[in-house]
Design a protein around this ligand. Structure first.
Ligand code: ATP
Length: 367
């Protein structure tokens, strides 16, 4: 087992393209860390630098107490699985899995029985003597994982290993990967742009954007208390509502959020109300997930937003109403780097569920 420390790591590709930008991250011994981010934000490049497949332009990669920045891949005790695990086409499943052990000098009998044991754990025990071309996509990925883990690496890197599988297979293999890495207690870095995979698998999630890490925390932390508007917008479906507002402080330090067309008052005992009462006139972004709203019909209830129902979608367990309230929405992709405003940290502005749980929305649907 090994902790990983990335210290100011950068990667500049030819043509001066900065793919990873002075990134620092600590992954604890045995931790399952998910790197989550949109396409092109540098996730794969970062993984390849840890594996030694890509040279680091600046900064250092540490494995425990060893500076591994310049170590060749074979000396890193790192195993990696890609989107489509490449197998040896002319070797059976058993031969594919046992091959790394044979290379390391283990005798065939021991290597074969180790491969068979691992295949059982990965639910491919029944296809041990088949050739890769006869396997399903999910089975092939299992073989690739088996081959990567057979030498008990210190660090396990997975680059979107489920992206080519169908939904059922994804869920199944996702659960198995989670269980297996925990059993083996191997330090794991898992790249994905699928937020469900990130939220369900991770001990901690690092959200990347433009070669940098924008937020790191447990799934609950990054979901409930995202560091930036971008992170808030990236996690959660349906997407969080980000609304532009001006803080208005009225008599007796009552705080209202003025959305232009409409406004709502905050509960005076709300933590955010206590902070915002010193910031009259300040522009803020209010984050509110859809489950923070209630549909009401009672005209007398205070703090309601009024809108027009634009669409209504049935999703099985839930239904989603899209309501036009005449309030300017903020596009999280357009919001720049986090910028604390007047000692109000972005976290304080972005705890969406608690911020607006007391806000009731009223849909004027005409019904
Ligand atoms: P995806 O989710 O689409 O796989 P990613 O987050 O893994 O994306 P990377 O593959 O790491 O992103 O790429 C980061 C940036 O670096 C991209 O702009 C990409 O075009 C660029 N890049 C990656 N590899 C190279 C290369 N060998 N030469 C030049 N640019 C590269």
């Amino acid at each position: 087992m090994t902790a990983i420390r990335l210290d100011g790591v950068s990667k500049v590709f030819e043509g001066e393209h900065l793919a990873v930008d002075e990134l620092s991250l600590d992954v604890a011994d045995g931790e399952f860390m998910v790197l989550l981010g949109p396409s092109g934000c540098g996730k794969t490049t970062l993984l390849r630098m840890i594996a030694g497949l890509e040279r680091v332009t600046a900064g250092e990669v540490w494995f425990g107490r060893t500076n591994g920045t310049r170590l060749p891949p074979k000396d890193r005790q790192v195993a990696m699985v890609f989107q489509t695990g490449a197998l040896y086409p002319n070797r059976t499943v058993r031969e594919n899995i046992m091959f790394p052990l044979q290379i390391a000098g283990q005798d065939d009998h021991d290597a074969s029985s180790t491969a068979a044991g691992l295949a059982q754990i990965l639910s491919i025990g029944s296809v041990l003597d088949r050739m890769p071309r006869t396997l399903s996509g999910g089975q092939r990925q299992r073989v690739a994982i088996g081959r990567a883990l057979v030498r008990r690496p210190n660090v396990f890197l997975l680059d979107e290993p489920l992206s080519n599988l169908d939904a059922t297979m994804r869920t199944e293999l996702r659960q198995e990967i989670g269980a297996m890495t925990r059993d083996l207690n191997v330090t794991t870095l898992y790249v994905t742009h699928d937020q469900v995979e990130a939220l369900t698998l991770a001990d901690r999630i690092a959200v990347m954007r433009d070669g940098r890490i924008e937020d790191v925390g447990t799934p609950a932390q990054v979901y409930n208390d995202p560091a930036t508007a971008f992170v808030a917008g990236f996690l959660g479906a349906p997407r969080i509502n980000l609304l532009s507002a001006t803080v208005r402080v009225t008599a007796h330090h009552r705080v209202a959020l003025d959305f232009g067309a409409q406004s709502i008052g905050l509960d005076p005992s709300d933590r955010r109300s206590l902070i915002l009462r010193h910031h009259d006139g300040v522009q803020v972004i209010v984050g509110a997930r859809s489950n923070a709203f209630r549909v009401i019909t009672n005209e007398d209830v205070a703090n309601q937003l009024t809108g027009t129902l634009r669409a209504f979608e049935f999703h099985g367990q839930q239904s989603i109403a899209f309501v036009e309230c005449g309030i300017e929405a903020v596009n999280p992709d357009q919001v720049g780097q986090p910028r604390p405003m007047h000692a109000v940290s972005p976290q304080d502005m972005m705890a969406p569920a608690s911020l607006l749980t007391r806000v009731l929305s009223r849909i004027r649907s005409g019904r």
